[in-house]
Each structure stands twice: as structure tokens, then as C-alpha cells.
Design a protein around this ligand. Structure first.
Ligand code: XMP
Length: 515
């Protein structure tokens, strides 16, 4: 295993993903992790991430100095390198010229860390401070035009520092460098494979659960479906899957989900029709956060009722993923205090919102996986592509795609419009070109004319976006003729809509969903 100590970089997770792509397990931990705690984990190497601070800021995050004496290989990236330099007796200062974006890297020592990395390769830089003096024993490995010390090493102690970000996709030689660090310097074996994960997860689930019963809330997304498959494989009918229909799913989806699981996968699912209670509890509610709160609360009530009716259950299965684990332990660093602060933009409702005092114990077999790893696992245990490659769909569903009050009429309109968007995108083979493609209903009305008649009806917004991870997004350049067909069909086929508009806002500053 390789441990990444996170100093507040937006790229820490990405480093972990890159390491795992080399089939070596990696975890992101807080920079506060002590040498003693690291010893317990027994990693083969450590990476210090970048971070938003300058090493000279008061309260800038520092590592336990004992870590330098552990004899483990360490790679410092950006801030991580500067910290290494500063703590080991070198000097870092504000650079005359910061370096942001692509830079050509000239290699002075083409051995270990830079084996197979081409001289002059492009690396991604993002720094205002630079190393102006290396600590004793360190040697120069590479430089760029503006950064004389772009990579350094103390070969004997296996301490390495790079000023650039090898983990980002624009760093052409980055993967080769990471592989060198992981395989040659840390001497890791490529044992982190999907098959090994599945085997181990099944063993662990059986050991944890024994002969007890497990309850799982199925949503039909890739996470809960993979979870259901994995648990079903591990413990068979000790697992009970519950699907709570809040009434905010897309058209035909509840039926489709039940059919797939029961008839095709032979995994029984308990269907709970909670449509009435959800919609009535949202009557008159227009505030987005209030909607989410109420939906979260109602979900828990419905879930508890079901578990009482079908129980008792000892365990609750949750599709917690690794980014959730990192995020809850780990957030931004406040440059003033060095403390971590979470920035709340929207409260995302997941099953994760269950209260702490709930009497279930948790089984979370996916908690070490990134989303792309979940997909691989799902695929390897037989989940069909239709679910594996599915676009994300928010927990509160269509409720946060109807701006303002949710009514049965508005839900029906949105469902019909949304179906047309999906049909047209699917039919043209465009589904996989987009991260998400959906319709939003606005609570205003505008005037139109149809067959010599004045209309006064709702507009539908099309939100079709591309994204790598949902954190940032761009509006998709959907061909005009596709937009035209979607618009024509919606206005002609969906009663109550007389106008279709296309949202051309990226994220940031917009968000993907409208609420
Ligand atoms: P935003 O709107 O924050 O969305 O740009 C980012 C991604 O998260 C999804 N999303 C949600 N998922 N519960 C969820 O499970 C939610 O409340 C929620 N809100 C947004 C959204 O669809 C996008 O993929």
C-alpha cells in the first residue's frame, strides 16, 4: 500500500486513483497522521500531496517530523516537496515568476524516478513558491525554464520531490513517473485487482455478517446495484433488498428496475410504494434545501417502517464510496488556522443520511473504492452495462428538477419531457458522450401559439453536460438537429409545455442540477 498524506490539495484523490491504476492499493489520510499510525498501516511508500498554503504561512500544515526517519520512500508533490525541503534544511521562497499550466521538463538525472520519462516532456505546474536551495544530500533531477529545482532526490534515503503534478492528465510523463515510484522505488507488487477485491470483499462480508440478516436500500444506480450483487453473492437470501419508490423516479424506471432484479438477476426486491406520502409532505415547499431535508426525513421514516415490518435486521448495507470516506474525514484547509473546513454547497441526500442512533450495524464493502472501481467490480460480477454505465441520478430525483412547488401535474410533465430527452439521446448513440442529460421544469409560464391558439404554459430546460467527475462540467455541444427534434417532440407531445430552452452554463459557476 501507498499512503497519500493530504495537505489540502484538490488533487489528493486523483493521486490515489493514479496509484490504484497501477494496481497498487492506496489511501488518502490527513497530514496529521503520525509516524506511529503509519507504522501500523505498514505502507511501502508515502506521497505528500500538494496544498493551497505556502510553507511559510502561519499555521501551514506540517507532518510529524518523525516520518522522515521511518526509512520509507517519500515523494513530495508541489507543497509536499516544499515542505520536505523546508523541514530538512533547504530553502523555499516566493518565486520571481509563478508557474501555472504546462511546462517542458528537462531531465538532469534520467535514472530511477525518471526512467522512461522523455526529456522535454510536458508536466503540469501550479505554484507561486519555489525551492531555492536543496537540503544537503539532495541532488537535482530535473528543471524547467522558470523552475531550476523542478525535481530533487536524496537517493540514499529514497526521498523525492517534484514541483509539478504528475497525477494530472496533462502531465504527459506523469504516469511513467508514478509507476517508477511505486514499482521500482517502493517495490510494490500489482496486486490490487478487481478479482482480488471481489474475493476479499466476499470473504469479509461473510466473516462480518455470519448468519445474520442484512437490509439494503436499492436505488437502481450503479453503487447500490453493485452492492446488492456483491452481497447476494456473499450471503444469498440473508440479504433483503428494499426499493422505496418516492415517486420522483424517471418514467418506467421503477418497473424496469424491479423486472431486472427479480426476473433477470433473481434477486428479490421488496417494493414500497411511498409516492403519496412524499408528495404530500412536500406540498407548498419551494426551498431546495428544505425539499432535500424533507425527502431525507421521509426516506428514513419509510425505511424504518419497512425494516420493522420485514425485520429484525442486524445489518444495514450502505454503498459508501471512498470519496465519501475521505470527504467526511478530510476537507479544505483554512490558511489562517491550518484547520480543515467543509464547504457546504448542496446537501446531497443519500442513504448515508440515516441517523447515527439507528440500531443497525453497517456493512460497507465499497467504502475503499472509487466510482470507476465500483463500475469494474459491478461488471466483473455480472451487472449489465445498462446499469454499469448509467448516468448519475440524484437521490431526491425529479423533485429537485422541478423548480418551486412539486405537484402531481408538474411531475407528469417533467417525466414525459425527460423521457423524450433520453429517447432521442439514446437513439442517436449519444448516451455515453454525456455525463448527464435531463430535463428541468420551471414554475413560470410564457405565451406561445399552437394551431392559431394562444398557449400559456411551462418551459422545459434541457441540461446536457460533459464532465470527468461531476465536480466541474461543461454544457454539451449537442448537434442542433438533435436539439431541434427534442424541442419539437416535447412541445408537441407534452401537454403543458410550450417552450424548450437549452442551459449553456458550465459548472462552476452553475451546478449540474438546478436545485
Ligand atoms: P451538482 O448539482 O451539485 O451535482 O453540480 C453534482 C452531481 O451530484 C448529483 N446530485 C446529487 N446526488 N443526491 C445525490 O445522490 C443529491 O441530492 C444530489 N444533488 C446533485 C448530480 O446529479 C450530479 O451528478
Amino acid at each position: 500500500m501507498i499512503v497519500i498524506l493530504d495537505f489540502g490539495s484538490q488533487y489528493s484523490e486523483l493521486i490515489a486513483r493514479r496509484i490504484r491504476e497501477t494496481q497498487v492499493y492506496s489511501e488518502v489520510l490527513s497530514y496529521r497522521t503520525t509516524a506511529e499510525q503509519l507504522r501500523q498501516l505498514n505502507p511501502k511508500g508515502i506521497i505528500f500531496s500538494g496544498g493551497p498554503n505556502s510553507v511559510y504561512d502561519t499555521g501551514a500544515p506540517r507532518c510529524d517530523p518523525e516520518i522522515w526517519n521511518m526509512g520509507l520512500p517519500i515523494l513530495g508533490v508541489c507543497y509536499g516537496m516544499q515542505l520536505m525541503v523546508q523541514q530538512l534544511g533547504g530553502e523555499v521562497a516566493k518565486a520571481d515568476r509563478g508557474e501555472y499550466g504546462k511546462a517542458s521538463l528537462y531531465i538532469d538525472d534520467p535514472t530511477d524516478l525518471f526512467t522512461n520519462v522523455e526529456d522535454g516532456t510536458t508536466m503540469w505546474m501550479s505554484h507561486g513558491d519555489s525551492v531555492i536551495q536543496m537540503p544537503e544530500q539532495f541532488e537535482l533531477l530535473a528543471h524547467t525554464e522558470n523552475t531550476p529545482c523542478a525535481a530533487i532526490a536524496d537517493h540514499d534515503k529514497k526521498l523525492y520531490g517534484v514541483q509539478f503534478h504528475p497525477e494530472v492528465v496533462h502531465s504527459v510523463g506523469g504516469i511513467a513517473l508514478i509507476r517508477n515510484f511505486v514499482y521500482h522505488i517502493c517495490e510494490c507488487e500489482p496486486t490490487w485487482t478487481t478479482a482480488a477485491f471481489v474475493e476479499q470483499a466476499i470473504r469479509e462480508i461473510r466473516a462480518r455478517v455470519g448468519d445474520k440478516r442484512v437490509l439494503l436500500a436499492l436505488s437502481g444506480g450503479v453503487d447500490s446495484s453493485t452492492l446488492a450483487f456483491l452481497l447476494h453473492k456473499a450471503i444469498g437470501d440473508q440479504l433483503t433488498c428494499v426499493f422505496i419508490d418516492q415517486g420522483f423516479m424517471r418514467k418506467y424506471e421503477p418497473e424496469r428496475l424491479l423486472k431486472l432484479f427479480q426476473e433477470q438477476f433473481h434477486i428479490p426486491v421488496e417494493y414500497v410504494n411511498a409516492r403519496e406520502r412524499f408528495i404530500s409532505s412536500l406540498s407548498g415547499i419551494t426551498d431546495p434545501e428544505e425539499k432535500r431535508r424533507i425527502i431525507g426525513r421521509e426516506f428514513i421514516i419509510a425505511f424504518e417502517e419497512t425494516s420493522r415490518r420485514l425485520g429484525p435486521f442486524d445489518y444495514l448495507a450502505q454503498g459508501t464510496l471512498y470519496p465519501d470516506v475521505i470527504e467526511s474525514a478530510n476537507t479544505n484547509v483554512d490558511p489562517q488556522t491550518g484547520e480543515r473546513v467543509a464547504v457546504k454547497i448542496k446537501s446531497h441526500h443519500n442513504v448515508g443520511g440515516l441517523p447515527k442512533d439507528l440500531r443497525f450495524k453497517l456493512v460497507e464493502p465499497l467504502r475503499k473504492l472509487f466510482k470507476d472501481e465500483v463500475r469494474k467490480v459491478g461488471r466483473s460480477i455480472g451487472l449489465p452495462e445498462e446499469i454499469v454505465q448509467r448516468h448519475p441520478f440524484p437521490g431526491p430525483g425529479l423533485a429537485i428538477r422541478i423548480i418551486g412547488e412539486i405537484t402531481a401535474e408538474r411531475l407528469n410533465i417533467l417525466r414525459d419531457a425527460d423521457l423524450i430527452v433520453r429517447q432521442e439521446i439514446n437513439q442517436r448513440g449519444l448516451y455515453h458522450d454525456y455525463w448527464q442529460a435531463f430535463a428541468v421544469l420551471l414554475p413560470v409560464r410564457s405565451v406561445g401559439v399552437m394551431g392559431d391558439q394562444r398557449t400559456y404554459a411551462y418551459p422545459i430546460v434541457l441540461r446536457i453536460i460533459t464532465s470527468e467527475d461531476g465536480m466541474t462540467a461543461d454544457w454539451a455541444r449537442v448537434p442542433y438537429d438533435v436539439l431541434e427534434v427534442i424541442s419539437n417532440r416535447i412541445v408537441n407531445e407534452v401537454k403543458g409545455v410550450n417552450r424548450v430552452v437549452y442551459d449553456i452554463t458550465s459548472k462552476p459557476p452553475g451546478t449540474i442540477e438546478w436545485e
